[in-house]
Design a protein around this ligand. Structure first.
Ligand code: HEM
Length: 212
C-alpha cells in the first residue's frame, strides 16, 4: 500500500485548520474575511473599515447549516470574553451579546456595544441561515475583544445543531456546543473600502414601534 493510500482515510478524522479567506455574500454583496467549517457549515465573516484608526465597529456575518445555534468569541476563548450567540427562529434571526466567567450557558452581556441587522444579508433558506449585522462599539480596550490596532486576532467559534430551549427569546439558555475552536484572522484582509457604505445599510428593527 502506498503511504498516501494509508494516510488519506485518516484525514477526515484530523482537525484540518481552515484559513479564513475572502468571500462575497451573493445577497448583500458584502465581502468578508470568512472562516468556514466544512464539517458543520458554520461560518463567521468579518469586514472592517479601510482606515482603522480609532475604529470600534465591524460588520460580521454568522451562520450555519440547519437550525441550531452558532457563537463567536471576539476575544478567542470562551471565558471573560465578549461573545455573540445567534440562531434562526423560523424566518427571523435572534442574537445577543453574552459573557461568562464560568463554563456554562453565558448570561446576556450589556454595555455600550450594539448589533444592528443588515437586512439584505440576513436570511434563512432551506439549508442555511445567515445573520449579517453592524457591530457598533464592539472593539473594546478591556481585553474582552480583539483590539483596533491588532493586525491579526484569534476568534473563537462554537456550534450546536440543536436550537436553544426558547428560541424566540434572545436571552435563552443554550446547551453546550457540540463543536468549538479558535481561528486566527488576518485583520488586514478584512479591511474593505466599501465598509462606510455597507454600514449605512444597518437599520434597527422597527417592530417594537408598533408593539404594545
Ligand atoms: C451551556 C453552554 C456552554 C457550556 C457548558 C460551555 C462549555 C465550554 C467548555 C467546557 C469549553 C472548554 C473546551 C471543552 O472542554 O469543550 C468551552 C470552550 C469554548 N466555548 Fe463554550 N460553553 C457553552 C456555551 C458557549 C457559547 C454560547 C459560546 C459562544 C457564544 C461558547 C464559546 C466557546 C468558545 C469560543 C470556546 C473556546 C474554544 C477553544 O478555545 O478552542 N460557549 N465551552
Amino acid at each position: 500500500m502506498k503511504l498516501s493510500n494509508f494516510l488519506l482515510p485518516l484525514l477526515p478524522a484530523l482537525s484540518v485548520a481552515q484559513t479564513p479567506s475572502l468571500y462575497t455574500d451573493a445577497k448583500s454583496g458584502i465581502t468578508f474575511n470568512t472562516f468556514i467549517n466544512p464539517a458543520n457549515g458554520f461560518f463567521f465573516g468579518l469586514a472592517l473599515p479601510a482606515n482603522g484608526t480609532g475604529n470600534t465597529d465591524f460588520i460580521a456575518t454568522i451562520g450555519a447549516k440547519g437550525t441550531g445555534w452558532s457563537g463567536v468569541s471576539l476575544g478567542g476563548g470562551m471565558l471573560n470574553k465578549l461573545l455573540i450567540a445567534a440562531w434562526p427562529n423560523a424566518q427571523a434571526l435572534v442574537s445577543s451579546f453574552r459573557k461568562t466567567a464560568q463554563y456554562g450557558s453565558p448570561a446576556v452581556a450589556t454595555g455600550t456595544f450594539t448589533q444592528t441587522p443588515i437586512a439584505n444579508g440576513t436570511y434563512v433558506n432551506s439549508t442555511h441561515w445567515t445573520y449579517t449585522f453592524l457591530c457598533s462599539k464592539c472593539i473594546l480596550a478591556d481585553g474582552t475583544t480583539f483590539k483596533t490596532a491588532d493586525t491579526s486576532a484569534s476568534f473563537g467559534w462554537a456550534f450546536n445543531t440543536a436550537a436553544p430551549s426558547s428560541k424566540a427569546n434572545a436571552a435563552s439558555t443554550v446547551t453546550k456546543h457540540t463543536d468549538e475552536g479558535q481561528v486566527k484572522f488576518d485583520l488586514a484582509l478584512a479591511k474593505q473600502a466599501n465598509f462606510t457604505m455597507w454600514k449605512t445599510w444597518a437599520v434597527p428593527k422597527v417592530a417594537s414601534k408598533f408593539m404594545a
